[in-house]
Design a protein around this ligand. Structure first.
Ligand SMILES: C[C@](O)(CO)[C@H](O)COP(=O)(O)OP(=O)(O)OC[C@H]1O[C@@H](n2ccc(N)nc2=O)[C@H](O)[C@@H]1O
Ligand SMILES: Nc1ncnc2c1ncn2[C@@H]1O[C@H](COP(=O)(O)OP(=O)(O)OP(=O)(O)O)[C@@H](O)[C@H]1O
Length: 318
């Protein structure tokens, strides 16, 4: 009997705090970061197929590779090798439906890799536990373990060592997507360059932000959002300064570049405020599209495990 296709839904992330240490000998930077999973998602379906391959639909699909460089395909090969299958002929197709901006600093590719690991674990009945899946995830990229785990988490090392964080509230965000993506290595490289020539401000300790998360007060959290890569993203894409200003002028509590950018995330007081900020920001003409999102949400999840009815989040297009 042919196994039924398996679909996994997987969230985007924003870094509420991203403290970047110096470059390590292996080229990575030591991080202290707080991730939050947001209600912007990709859906990944794996099915047994004679002709292996990958196809991508949805927003920004044209700029996503459909060859072996796709991070989801790297996940297929990794689990094929692990389970004694031929990584060149794994006998699966992967279909990705993108809702997470491509190259936006929201871990879109990482999300697809995490979703593929979870889906193949089910399709191939590998019975890998969450910890084992997380080890495979870390081999694929620094953000992949968090895409599996979701929620709110403190990340250290390259960002792959995770501890869940108590977040006593749903936070409401407005997400401003830029016209073009930014490369993650380029953002880290630009930060190294800026640090070699001057002393850009560094975000402080993470503890106050963890306390704000536990309190659940968005106003307190807004004061503590910080991202060391923001200076690098703004240096590579100076227009982001305008976007960040426009979000706060539109009524957000605070704005931040998400991860390596160029997406900007604005924290709002509540869901209604987020819709108002989104409408105003979309009229300001500073970004391609504006979306409303909330977090934390769960990590990668089999769609069959989810409740049947999910309300559609409001969307505002610039
Ligand atoms: C910017 C963040 O999204 C914040 O969560 C991540 O640090 C990036 O995570 P990612 O896209 O999964 O990154 P990886 O695929 O592991 O690494 C891509 C490249 O980013 C840089 N990189 C990434 C993580 C890290 N701690 N230090 C780095 O310098 C390296 O140049 C690396 O070659
Ligand atoms: N499944 C995928 N989805 C999106 N991009 C992918 C995927 N696989 C490979 N890529 C490539 O990776 C590049 C970065 O895309 P991605 O959306 O993961 O960036 P990002 O969100 O900035 O990543 P991160 O926040 O983890 O640093 C893209 O330009 C694309 O060429």
């Amino acid at each position: 009997m042919v196994p039924t296709p398996i679909t996994v839904r997987v969230p985007a992330k924003v870094n509420l705090h991203l403290s970047v240490g110096d470059a390590r000998p292996d080229g990575y930077h030591e991080l202290v970061t707080v991730f939050q999973a947001l209600s912007m998602t990709d859906e990944v379906t794996v099915l047994a197929a004679e002709e292996p391959g990958i196809d991508v639909q949805g927003e920004g699909a044209d700029s996503v590779p459909t060859d072996a460089t796709n991070l989801a395909w790297k996940a297929v090969r990794l689990l094929a090798e692990h389970s004694g299958r031929d990584p060149e002929e794994p006998g699966v197709r992967v279909s990705i439906n993108k809702g997470i901006p491509v190259a936006g600093g929201m871990a879109g590719g990482s999300a697809d890799a995490a979703a593929t690991l979870l889906a193949l674990n089910q399709l191939w009945r590998l019975e890998l536990g969450r910890d084992e899946l997380s080890e495979f995830a870390a081999k694929l990229g620094s953000d992949v373990p968090f895409s599996l785990q979701g929620g709110t988490a403190l990340g250290t090392g390259r960002g792959e060592r995770l501890v869940p964080v108590l977040a006593r509230h749903t936070f409401h965000w407005v997400i401003a997507l830029d016209k073009e993506g930014l490369s993650t290595p380029a953002a880290y490289g630009e930060l190294d360059r800026l640090r070699a020539e001057s002393r850009p401000n560094r975000v402080g300790e993470v503890e106050p932000l963890l306390e704000a998360l536990a309190s659940g007060d968005p106003r307190q959290l807004a004061l503590l959002l910080g991202n060391d890569l923001q200076a690098a993203a703004v240096s590579l894409r100076p227009g982001l300064r305008r976007t960040l200003r426009a979000g706060v002028q539109a009524g957000a509590l605070a704005g931040i570049v998400s991860g390596s950018g160029p997406t900007c995330a604005f924290l709002c007081t509540d869901a209604d405020a987020a819709v108002r900020v989104a409408a105003e920001l979309s009229g300001a003409g500073v970004c391609r599209t504006v979306r409303v999102a909330h977090g934390p949400v769960p990590g990668a999840k089999l769609v069959s495990e989810e409740p049947a009815h999910r309300p559609t989040p409001p969307q505002v297009h610039a």
